[in-house]
Write a protein that binds this ligand. Sequence first.
Ligand code: PMP
Length: 445
Amino acid sequence: TQSYDSLVAFGQKHVTKGLGRQVEGVMVKGEGSYVTFGDGKRFLDFTSGIGVTNLGHCHPKVSAAAAQQCMELVHGQCSIGFTTPYLQLIEKLIPMMPDKSLDSFFFWNSGSEAIDAAIKMARAMTGKQNIIGMQGAYHGRTYGAMALTKSKTVYTEGFHPLMPGAYSLPFPYWHHLGTPVSTSSAELSAASLNQLNLLLQQQSAPGDTAAILIEPVLGEGGYIPAPHEFLEGVRKICDENGILLIIDEVQSGFGRTGKNFNIEYSGVRPDILTCAKGLANGFPLSGIVSRKELTDKLNPGSMGGTYAGNAVSCAAAVAVADAFKSENILANVQARSTELFDALHAVKSNPTTREVILDVRGQGLMVAVEFASPTGTGEYDPFRKPGTPARLASRVAKRCQEKGMLILTTSVYEVIRFIPPLNISSEDLKKGTQIFTEAVEEVVR
Ligand code: PMP
């Protein structure tokens, strides 16, 4: 048997360097809100595998449903026939959709593939080419999704040329737009919508624009909910110009923000909705949902994929949907969200740490803290300049790890994001916020 250190060294030697890694270790067991590494270190998991294990690691009913399906039929293949779990899943999802018009389903494996499928569908369904996304957005690493990913250049550097026809506009958040912190959400929305109108007149005419692609909560770009005025304004512009609205709920969907889908907060109707992550609690599965009237325009055989909508993943997702209801997950999200915000606001008002906290924001259990890096001149500098040493967010995340909690940073700004399991206990949530509070105090001291 190999020693743990030599196993890690083996991985470092033989796994591509193109993967980043937060912990140089081997994960061997996940239970609820905890994950254990092969050296025996057990962490409270505030990453949920990047917003995936919403019902905790190895939820017994989800794992059992997948195991059962493994004994019945592992691989059916969506272009050969339906499978029972595939259809059962659609039955479960229909009543969860944020708009009744969303009645046509197609499943893939990953969020990136769902985005690529949505782009292809929007192009085929409108006969137009261009897609407008948001600065700061993350949609994935495949070529279509990557062209609309504008959160960090690390995802695109060296990989050009990207898919043509991808445009973007600034997200309605004050320092992304360069406006004062006091700017109202109506003013921020108006500024971004103005940019959209300009884009449609200067760069991509409505007659060339197939779709606008938006994360209702900017995800990897810093966990910033889009103001409802902005989403409503985009919907109106889409309606007036024959442009489709694609809402990317890969990260914000399935209860993450306190509703089944985040877009419910604004009531805005998507033409295409993409989801993944929490859908199957860790089994690879994504969904692209649209209107039958639109998807009927696609040529039979034009969509598909060997593993797309795998039967085991669908069976797991059916169990997720059942657990969601029977375990009253949305109620837990509401209760834990209040506790999380209370704890983070306490850090924001704490005399030793308040200076470095710029913002506490988010919805449900998709919450972020943005740090203000002291510049020494009393001014606020939101950017981590390329090549400068790690500043607050990554130091705090590292300190949390030393104290037994895994937590993620995100975006080019100084942001830490909180994405614990949606069924986390009050006790574990408190433990996590205490670790975070101490970590911030120790780092700024
Ligand atoms: N869209 C959003 C909003 C995401 O957060 C992500 C993943 N972080 C993706 C798309 C891509 O999903 P995947 O990594 O499964 O390809």
